[in-house]
Ligand binder design. Structure first.
Ligand code: TYD
Length: 241
């Protein structure tokens, strides 16, 4: 599933990981680094506006914010299949209205969670059929895959202890440790499929070292991508494969 990518000029970067892996902090750090290292200026100079879309799932659109509230912060009983379809609805809206248009413009998308979270949480965590999940992910995304998946990995106990320090736990943070161990196995299984788009980042180290590992990985991708982008821009075929 993660060998699929997209035909657009932009660059699609996804951060994945279990609870308390530090994705939100690292999203901010990546955005700052992209600005300070001049990447966003280069895109602005090529009239790509906005150069960067920072977003997340669930909740990257107004519809998604309503779904996020239902999924994470309501007292409703949610059947696992219904849960899967709600995440898919969030993703379909997100891809159609935010992710695809930004990639068509030639900009960068930096997204907190995407299809791998559904495989890990609804597939390995909840035990839903992996082929059904793959199929639904494909329907929701129209086959649009990430260019780079950074998997922030750390032991489950360490991540959950971090989330407990944050205060009120959402639906998933209240779920049993065994569930989160299965989620981690799910990410591990995806990483082991050996796609060169996947990068495991050791998130059990000081924040600045995690940031450095991410930057080293992204720098290589950005250089390669920007060369192709420049050729497309001068050829005037932004939207074409
Ligand atoms: P998360 O992104 O971790 O937000 P925060 O860090 O603010 O709690 O919360 C999203 C939760 O939704 C997380 O527990 C994982 C879960 N999730 C799924 O179960 N399936 C999915 O497809 C996605 C995108 C998220």
């Amino acid at each position: 599933m993660h060998s699929a990518t997209h035909p657009y000029a932009g660059l699609f970067i996804v951060l994945e990981g279990g609870e308390g892996a530090g994705k939100t902090t690292q999203m901010g750090a990546i955005a700052t680094w992209l600005e300070e290292s001049g990447w966003l200026a280069k895109l602005r100079a090529s009239d790509i506006d906005p150069p960067l879309l920072l977003t997340r799932e669930p909740g990257g659109t107004p519809l998604g914010q309503g779904l996020r509230q239902l999924l994470l912060h309501s007292d409703l009983e949610i059947d696992p299949l219904a849960e899967l379809l709600l995440y898919a609805a969030d993703r379909a809206q997100h891809v159609a209205t935010c992710i695809r248009p930004q990639l068509q413009r030639g900009g960068i998308v930096l997204c907190d969670r995407y299809t791998a979270s559904t495989v890990a949480y609804q597939g390995y965590g909840r035990g839903l059929d992996l082929q059904i999940i793959e199929h639904i992910n494909r329907i929701a995304t129209g086959g649009l895959g990430a260019d780079v998946v950074l998997w922030l990995d750390l032991p489950v106990g360490v991540g959950l202890a971090r989330t407990q320090q944050r205060g009120i736990a959402d639906r998933f943070e209240q779920t049993a440790v065994a569930f989160h161990e299965r989620v981690r196995q799910g990410f591990m299984a995806l990483a082991q499929q050996g796609s060169d788009r996947w990068q495991r980042i050791d998130a059990h180290q000081p924040l600045d070292q995690v940031s450095k590992a991410i930057q080293d990985c992204l720098a290589a991708h950005l250089h390669r991508w920007f060369e192709t982008l420049k050729k497309r821009l001068t050829g005037g075929d932004r939207d074409l494969p």
